[in-house]
Design a protein around this ligand. Structure first.
Ligand code: NAD
Ligand code: ZN
Length: 339
């Protein structure tokens, strides 16, 4: 089969012929129809320091996908061939304390598809039955990025945001989807910051109350316009940028809640006075809840949440190099490749 393989420790990704994966007991083989590009895939494409430190090559990359079940292994009970599915890219051990407590997103033995084992930029993918998420009445090109949509849903629903003033730092695909979710669940103000005007424009389309390019403007000069007195009730950090995180701390209201999704550099300096004297809550986010987040994602889409505007580019898989370069320019929302 054809697959996008990171086969050499240099910039780029290559389409290669590789053996099809074998579908073993309790596993499902999916014929992939759509794969979306994640920021992680871009790290691997660009072969940055994180990728060099974390990957063993060769590797078929990709973990955001949608496809059709081609084959089921022995012991598979809930799925049949021909069904349209997506799936969770974190494979958990099932036996650790957290897994057995139903908190699989906190498993300390998690294995990532497209990172630690073969991924979804391929004609076929095999994953455990327990990782399958069935899709009905949702477009495959949307289902292809359920994985980051799940990051957005898990982060955004961490706190009660109905009627609250929310600050989202970072209008990447996840921040953009979070903007739509905040609106859907009834936040009062949804303020989105970025340093990229293309993405801030998209944030307005996703329903932001106000967007602020923090390379030109400060956040608090808009408090009056937004009828805000002292700061934000909820902060969703989705940039991974330490300046953005500190601007969030500056602009939180006392007792506010923050969820950290963006991967901040380890040497990020924090003004702890804000955290302590404002009595802020800070929660780290990794992945999405298995499978409560998947349930919420599906039901919110079925009840009218619209995230389709985040999908800015659809390309054929043959044009993968062009797609990765668009992704690298960051003048895009989600990019989906069709097989
Ligand atoms: P992305 O890199 O596409 O988006 C980040 C955005 O932040 C960009 O648009 C960038 O212009 C913006 N930004 C940069 N500096 C800024 C500043 N000073 N103020 C405001 N915005 C600024 O990423 P994404 O795919 O949307 O993901 C968001 C973040 O979440 C990334 O850091 C990603 O690595 C991380 N992530 C974490 C998890 C997890 O499980 N914790 C999962 C997926 C992604
Ligand atoms: Zn576990």
């Amino acid at each position: 089969m054809k697959a996008l393989v990171k086969s050499s420790d240099s910039h780029g990704i290559w389409m290669e012929d590789v053996p099809q994966p074998i579908c073993k007991a309790n596993e499902v083989k999916i014929k992939i129809t759509h794969t979306a590009i994640c920021g992680t895939d871009l790290h691997i494409y660009e072969w940055d320091e994180w990728a060099q430190r974390n990957l063993n090559l060769p590797l078929i990359i990709g973990h955001e996908f949608c496809g059709v079940i081609e084959e089921i292994g022995s012991g598979v009970t809930h799925y049949k061939t021909g069904q349209r599915v997506s799936g969770e890219g974190h494979i958990t051990c099932g036996y650790c304390r957290n897994c057995r407590a139903g908190k699989r997103h906190l498993c300390h033995k998690t294995i990532g598809i497209g990172i630690h084992r073969s991924g979804a930029f391929a004609e076929y993918l095999v994953i455990p039955e327990t990782n399958i998420w069935p899709i009905d009445n949702i477009d495959s090109e949307i289902a292809a990025f359920f994985d980051p949509f799940g990051n957005a849903v898990h982060t955004t629903l961490s706190y009660n945001i109905t009627g609250e003033d929310v600050l989202i730092t970072g209008a990447g695909p996840i921040g953009l989807m979070s903007t739509a979710i905040c609106n859907f669940v009834g936040a009062r103000n949804v303020v989105v910051t970025d340093v990229n005007d293309y993405r801030l424009k998209l944030a307005m389309k996703m329903g932001a109350t106000k967007t602020i390019n923090t390379s030109k403007d400060t956040i608090n000069e808009y408090f009056n316009e937004l009828n805000m007195v002292s700061g934000f009730d909820v902060g969703l950090e989705m940039s991974g940028n330490s300046v953005a995180f500190n601007s969030m701390l500056d602009n939180m209201y006392n007792g506010g809640n923050i969820a950290l999704l963006g991967l901040l550099p380890n040497n990020t300096k924090v003004n702890w006075d804000h955290v302590i004297f404002k009595g802020l809550n800070i929660k780290g986010i990794y992945g999405r809840e298995m499978y409560e987040t998947w349930y919420k994602m599906t039901q919110m889409l079925k009840s009218g949440l619209n995230i389709s505007k985040v999908l800015t580019h659809k390309l054929k898989i043959e044009n993968y190099n062009e797609a990765f370069e668009i992704m690298a320019s960051r003048n895009c929302g989600k990019i989906v490749l069709e097989w």
